[in-house]
Design a protein around this ligand. Structure first.
Ligand SMILES: [Ca+2]
Ligand SMILES: [Ca+2]
Length: 132
């Protein structure tokens, strides 16, 4: 009985430490499938296709963007997976795709700006940002 109680106590402490560790861990960059591992990816401006190689989803080619767009992948919706996203300097719009394939856009920036998305307020959700 004493061994069982000690085992249960150990499991609870271990679970708590794992939870605390997961909460304090920074999000993995370029983790498109959200499995906690970074994935290889390239954005080819000539055809606007993202090529992603992930352990969980395998090889993917996703059309999102066009020539002249700047790739700005980040986790904008805080679901633990990197969102495919581009910044279009020609109109200063951001286009962000979610895991379901839906996208939203919003204007932010001025001609000549450099997009710098990051989690500026520590809520584990990337914000759009620009510098000039
Ligand atoms: Ca991954
Ligand atoms: Ca996301």
């Amino acid at each position: 009985m004493k061994k069982l109680l000690l085992s249960l106590l150990f499991i609870q402490i271990f679970s708590f430490l794992n939870f605390a560790n997961a909460q304090s861990r920074p999000p993995i960059q370029f983790d498109y499938d959200g499995d906690g591992r970074g994935d290889l990816s390239v954005f080819r401006p000539s055809n606007g296709v993202w090529y992603i190689e992930s352990f969980y989803l395998g090889s993917q080619a996703i059309q999102f963007g066009m020539n002249g767009d700047k790739p700005v992948p980040a986790d904008y919706d805080a679901d633990g997976a990197t969102n495919i996203a581009v910044f279009r300097p020609s109109n200063n719009f951001w286009y962000i795709r979610n895991r379901s394939g839906e996208f939203f856009d919003l204007p932010f920036g001025l001609p000549g700006d450099i997009p710098v998305p990051a989690d500026y307020d520590g809520d584990r959700r990337a914000e759009i940002g620009r510098t000039h």
